[in-house]
Ligand binder design. Structure first.
Ligand code: ZN
Length: 312
């Protein structure tokens, strides 16, 4: 199923909306993507409808309500609510993947509820969540109508973080795939496991260095190199997509777990077992006693004597 099709139609197009398109559809209808992708961000703490922001009041009062990074708003149901400025999209799921070798990130907003977690690999069979009206939603419907403002707001961004017209993606004409960037488990080398939801990959081992992407919870990377500063231990990694960079492990918070390589056990030598036996036909008996006599040969305990075949 696509985001857009018989069930949903465009209510605000990219030219009007600038960074996204809005698609109407049935309230609580399932939201799926076409293809395969990784969940990289989830917000799922707003209740259906109750916590939705009253759009008209918000537009009128946003200056007055803004308090640092938060908005103190009145919800559709008249309840006082606190919204972070990044969460005007209400409950949402963001996924990432590739079309060809081009990176894309999809964000689907205003969900009633979310069924997935950060780190999940999702495909066309996964219900990411249900269409809803959480966050800042506009509608001409009555506020008492539970479908007030229900829609899917779809944003698509590329590797540079630029917004692109999401229509082809919503129609399923462009199919996203997920390429595993994490390394396979290898107990013969030191590896790290990402414990935090997300850590940036930096070009160099400093926070000011350019951002090359992210690693996510549960991913595993072989440690190529490491270095310390006051706040972080930095680990150099190479992803399976051949991206080389540094990730930081906070010294005060649990971001990364290091799995030390397992040293192989030394080989067990059984003193009772004879060492490698020589090939039989390389060795023959060179001396046959011609008569009864006394010959002396002194051997230490455990020593063996072979007579080597004469070679010409
Ligand atoms: Zn929208």
């Amino acid at each position: 199923m696509m985001l857009l099709g018989a069930e949903r139609y465009v209510t605000q197009n990219y030219q009007q909306h600038k960074t996204a398109e809005d698609y109407s559809g049935s309230h609580l209808s399932p939201i799926k993507i076409t293809g395969r992708a990784k969940v990289v961000r989830v917000v799922n703490h707003y209740k259906v409808h109750e916590d939705s922001i009253n759009y008209n009041d918000f537009i009128k009062n946003q200056g007055k309500w803004r308090d640092g990074d938060y908005y103190h708003c009145i919800s559709i149901t008249g309840k006082e609510i606190l919204f972070h400025k990044d969460e005007l999209g209400g409950n949402c799921v963001e996924v990432e993947g590739y079309i060809g070798n081009q990176y894309y990130r999809y964000g689907m907003f205003h969900m009633a509820s979310v069924n997935v977690q950060v780190g999940d690999i999702v495909d066309s069979n996964t219900v990411l969540g249900l269409q809803g009206n959480t966050g800042l939603v506009d509608s001409t419907k009555s506020r008492s109508d539970v479908t007030y403002g229900t829609h899917v707001h779809l944003e698509v961004t590329n590797a540079s973080g630029n917004y692109i017209n999401p229509r082809e993606y919503a129609l399923g004409n462009q199919v996203i795939t997920y390429l595993e960037q994490s390394n396979p488990i290898d107990t013969s080398v030191d590896q790290l496991v990402v414990v935090a939801d997300k850590i940036n990959i930096r070009k160099d081992a400093t926070v000011n260095s350019s951002d090359l992407g992210d690693v996510y919870k549960g991913e595993i990377y072989t440690i190529l190199n490491s270095q310390e500063d006051d706040l972080y231990t930095w680990y150099q990694i190479k992803t399976n997509l051949d991206l080389v960079g540094w990730v930081a492990a906070s010294k005060s918070e649990n971001w990364i777990q290091v799995n030390k390589k397992i040293e192989p056990d030394p080989p067990i030598v059984d003193p009772e077992e004879p060492e490698e036996k020589p090939e039989q036909d390389e060795y023959i008996l060179l001396f046959t006693c011609p008569k009864t006599d006394v010959y002396y040969l002194t051997l230490q305990e455990g020593e063996r004597l072979y007579l080597k075949k004469k070679t010409t």
